[in-house]
Design a protein around this ligand. Sequence first.
Ligand code: ADP
Ligand code: MG
Length: 233
Amino acid sequence: MDEDGVLLRVEGLEVRYGRETALRDVDFSVRAGERVGLAGPNGGGKTTLLKAILGLLPVASGVVRIHPGARVGYLPQQASHSDPLFPARVREIVATGLLGKGRAGLRNGDESRRVQQELERLGIARLAGARIGALSGGQHQRVLLARALVGRPSLLLLDEPTSALDPTTRETFYETLRCLNREEGMTLMLVSHDEEALRRHTDRILWLDRTLCRDDVLERSDVPIHAEGVTGP
Ligand SMILES: Nc1ncnc2c1ncn2[C@@H]1O[C@H](COP(=O)(O)OP(=O)(O)O)[C@@H](O)[C@H]1O
Ligand SMILES: [Mg+2]
């Protein structure tokens, strides 16, 4: 980490789809341990920003710098219809979270143990052999979270993770995120249309509408992170 604890820095970012500019002039940085909400209208570029951070989309100009020691986890936006007969089992879906990441430093044979640990940590070990299409919405989302977490990320990107969940399951999901942030210092970036939820569960909200329109740091008395730079009483 550099001295100001910056984990992610985005500078002058522009992303295009063909001739359409989805994002331009986006500048911000995220410090380790922050919980950042991403809000804005449909088509405002929230998913595009996450994909650009992940390196899944080419950048037309600007840079995305991720601290070299950081690993990034991703919970993608849900497709509205998932095939209930899709033949993969939960443990296979979660194991795909270890692909292409240097497998989080694991040797052959350690991967299935890592998957099992992650399922246990999230309280879904009993689902390891279940077909992914047979799960409830809340269980399905937990499996996708396990896949995002199995590579032990320091930065976790979540794209509308709770939009398909009922209110109770949603609160449980946010409680899990709170634990990951508090107990492991995980940095979170969370897309949501629910401004109230973002106000309750993040420290800061970035508003995107093809560019960064607003960067609201939320007032919190219980979160020490923004106190770091304060020198006087
Ligand atoms: N694969 C794609 N090809 C072409 N245009 C796209 C593609 N994905 C997104 N877009 C366009 O980019 C803009 C931003 O989309 P997106 O990042 O998905 O917004 P949000 O997640 O905020 O709803 C939209 O105008 C959308 O139509
Ligand atoms: Mg989106």
